[in-house]
Design a protein around this ligand. Structure first.
Ligand code: CTP
Ligand code: MG
Length: 406
């Protein structure tokens, strides 16, 4: 087992991200690293992993010449520090691009990683694992996965010549890591094209080891790979973060009116002192409406219903709550619950709590809890001048139901 707790090093790690390829096989119409996976360029995703690495890291991004500025902007958006990033122009082959990147690496680094932007979903932990093993072993290090398929040797005509011993095979991924100076030396001495940096390093006579790779480090090469990456991202919930529930608050105050009947919580209270107001002064119902409108960001009772609608003159709480719920439904919301507290000397809300909760719950279409308190003789409620109601509401957006065809 490799110890992934990166050994303390006074040296930064340099990461070269090669992103200068044209992406012929993907055919996205843009250089591959700039093609989007679920709304975000591969390069952004690849660079974001680097922000998750331990220790001090410097990054060299290698891109086509016309995308130098775009890449610099992407690096900032991915969360990399401006001072820690260099963006350089790539070459005609991957190897030439890595060489260009190497020339821009911070010489104070002890370890350099070379990573394909096309392996856009590689987790940060793989980078850390490779760095730790380079520091522990001094060798070149390749993240690798065992080969699962049975491998056949075939000739150009498609005939099977034999079977390859799978136990000796491993599929190499990136980031591949190296001690910096030996890699620079290998690049300056080795001839010929190599498909990855580890084989070039080995051609220079240097040892190469493997560490555990990661299924997420697969290379996006073809449209099918891109579709796989999009499925992975969607499955992680990264793109479809569920919307959180929303809360709202509402307060209403009405003064007592000896001459009026009492309507509170959409109930009539015979024999109790009533409340003054444009409607029936039902502070509980009004506070509930305001909390619901507030949660949905739909304004407040005054701005939504006004005082000019003749249908609302003397209207009871059930009318206001009904209209409010209809507005929320139109806006795509469903109510989770409502809580309301009354501050008043009278009526004794607790004496009809069950009835209130049942009535209001039926109107709202969700649980409504009702509580009450006095204000210890303080303020207008304490002096018995009127009633205050405070309500909170929790609402959720109802998932859109796809239209049924035909
Ligand atoms: N790469 C590079 N410079 C090149 C060629 C490739 O920096 N001249 C980079 C690619 O951007 C990619 C990685 O090397 O991140 C692996 O290469 P590959 O998957 O082959 O990408 P492309 O060369 O872009 O794709 P294709 O071969 O389909 O054109
Ligand atoms: Mg290529």
């Amino acid at each position: 087992m490799v110890d992934t707790r990166a050994r303390q090093s006074r040296h930064p790690v340099s990461v070269i991200v090669v992103a200068a390829g044209s992406g012929t096989r993907l055919g996205a119409g843009v250089p591959k690293a700039f093609a989007e996976v679920a709304g975000e360029p591969m390069l952004t995703r690849a660079l974001r992993a680097i922000t998750g690495m331990r220790g001090e890291v410097r990054t060299v991004v290698v891109v086509p010449t016309q995308l130098l500025q775009t890449a610099a902007d992407i690096a900032l958006r991915a969360g990399l520090d401006r001072d820690s990033v260099a963006v350089v122009e790539g070459g005609a082959t991957r190897q030439a691009s890595v060489a260009a990147g190497l020339s821009a690496v911070d010489p104070a680094s002890d370890v350099v990683l070379v990573h394909d932007a096309a392996r856009a979903l590689t987790p940060a932990v793989v980078f850390d694992r490779v760095v730790a093993e380079v520091r522990a072993s001094g060798a070149g290090v390749v993240p690798a996965l065992p080969v699962i398929d049975t491998i056949k040797r075939v000739d150009s005509g498609g005939s099977v010549l034999g079977q390859v011993d799978r136990s000796q095979l491993a599929a190499a991924q990136t980031p591949q890591g190296f001690p910096l100076m030996p890699l620079i030396e290998a690049y300056s001495t080795v001839d010929g094209e190599h498909t990855d940096d580890a084989s070039l390093f080995a051609a220079a006579g240097r040892p190469v080891r493997t560490v555990q790779g990661d299924a997420l480090a697969f290379k996006i090469t073809t449209p099918a790979d891109l579709a796989r990456a999009e499925r992975v991202v969607a499955g992680n919930g990264e793109e479809r973060m569920p919307e959180l529930p929303r809360t709202g608050v509402g307060i209403d105050v009405h003064a007592y009116d000896e001459a009026a009947p009492l309507w509170l919580g959409a109930l009539h209270w015979p024999g109790e002192v009533g409340l003054a107001g444009h409607s029936d002064g039902d502070a509980i119902s009004h506070a509930i409406c305001d909390a619901l409108l507030s949660a949905a960001s739909l304004g407040d009772l005054g701005s939504v219903f006004g005082t000019s609608d003749p249908a609302l003159v003397g209207a009871h709480g059930d009318v206001f709550i009904g209209r409010t719920i209809a507005l929320l439904a139109d806006a795509g919301f469903r109510v989770g619950n409502v809580a309301v507290q009354v501050v008043a000397r009278h009526p004794r809300v607790g004496s009809r709590r069950e009835e209130l909760q049942a009535r209001l719950g039926a109107l709202v279409g969700a649980p409504v809890s009702v509580s009450a308190t006095t204000s210890d003789g303080l303020g207008f409620t304490g002096r018995g001048e009127g009633v205050t109601a405070v309500a909170t509401a929790l609402i959720v957006r109802v998932p859109a139901v796809p239209a049924v065809p035909g």
